[in-house]
Design a protein around this ligand. Structure first.
Ligand code: 5RP
Length: 229
């Protein structure tokens, strides 16, 4: 059977993984393909140790036999491979569609370099059509929302902030927090918005990954493109 685009992107990025590496493993459906391919390599004797960014990635690695450790045991990683919800020409990203953005960012920050894997639908000129996820502490939610609104106003951005739900209740992240999805359409200055959000006490982390990715493997129907900032 032909490989899906997501699997093709994952396979291309895996060529950068060398034996003995400590590998950050992101989260999402593209990363699931990566984990499946990695599991086959491990079965064939390839030695790596992974640190997963979400409880879901951890469960899949455990199920398929990809050896794992934690950032406490391995605080410095060689490489992280992760998906993205949007990728702009500078390889700035929106992440967090799967609510794993905080751990994904901690793992990316602990890694020597970050590779992104995606199909071509994730490429955009300007970030923001995909709602920007912001992880917030449940305590003082409405106060945090107001402070975020002030930040958006200062950036000249408009749009709703919607609390992500899991059925009838707010979705709770792996870290016990909530997600506010900011429907902004176009974020003209992601760096400036990131700085404003970062100083709000109730904001734990936002889904803007700026100047973090060194390369993106983007699979299209005709070819796999390797993008650099
Ligand atoms: C999860 C993420 C994912 O990387 C992002 O949502 C992409 O997912 P997919 O590969 O399923 O499109 O940021 O928090």
């Amino acid at each position: 059977m032909a490989m899906s685009l997501k699997a093709q992107a994952a396979a291309a990025a895996l060529k950068e993984v060398k034996p003995g590496m400590k590998l950050g493993i992101g989260s999402g459906s593209t990363v699931n393909e990566l984990i499946r391919l990695l599991a086959e390599m491990v079965k064939d004797g390839f030695e790596i140790i992974g640190v997963p960014a979400s409880s879901y990635s951890q469960a899949l690695c455990d199920e398929l036999g990809v050896p794992l450790t934690t950032l406490d045991e391995a605080p410095v990683l060689d490489l992280v491979i992760d998906g993205a919800d949007e990728i702009d020409p500078q390889l700035n990203l929106i992440k967090g569609g799967g609510a794993a953005l905080l751990r994904e960012k901690i793992i990316a920050a602990a890694s020597g370099s970050m590779l992104v894997i995606a199909d071509e639908s994730k490429i955009v000129d300007t970030l923001g059509k995909f709602p920007l996820p912001v992880e917030v502490v449940p305590f003082g939610l409405e106060a945090t929302r107001q402070m975020m609104q002030n930040s958006l106003d200062a950036e000249g951005l408009q749009g709703e902030m919607i609390l992500r739900m899991a059925g009838e209740k707010p979705l709770v992240t792996d870290n016990g927090n909530y997600i506010l999805d900011c429907h902004l359409q176009a974020i003209s200055n992601p760096k400036s918005l990131a700085k404003r959000l970062e100083v709000i006490p109730g904001v734990v982390e936002h889904g803007l990954f700026i100047d973090m990715a060194v390369r993106a493997y983007v699979a299209g129907t005709d070819e796999i493109r390797v993008l650099e900032p």
